[in-house]
Design a protein. Structure first.
Length: 94
């Protein structure tokens, strides 16, 4: 009977620890991406793009590709402001 009780306790502990490990791997993150263009619609390569989390003040920078694309990956949920050349970029992509 003692052996059965020890076996049950062992499996309960393993089950509890496994659940905690799986929960710890649940991460919520997102990406912000876009294209930098001039007024005529031509891509602007090598443009510096800034990102600031409004809630925490954390900042990041990226450089646009040859086709004007930029991307910020693995971002924590929150409110962000994207800027380039000191100007806030429009949210609708226009």
């Amino acid at each position: 009977m003692l052996k059965l009780r020890s076996c049950i306790m062992f499996y309960l502990i393993v089950f509890a620890l496994t659940g905690a490990c799986c929960y710890a791997q649940t991460v919520f993150s997102g990406n912000i991406q876009g294209v930098i263009t001039d007024p005529s619609g031509a891509a602007i390569p090598s443009a510096s793009v800034g990102l600031r989390n409004v809630d925490t003040g954390v900042t990041a920078t990226a450089t646009s590709s040859a086709s004007g694309n930029y991307r910020f990956s693995s971002l924590a949920p929150g409110n962000y402001v994207v800027s380039s050349g000191g100007e806030r970029l429009p949210e609708d992509g226009s």
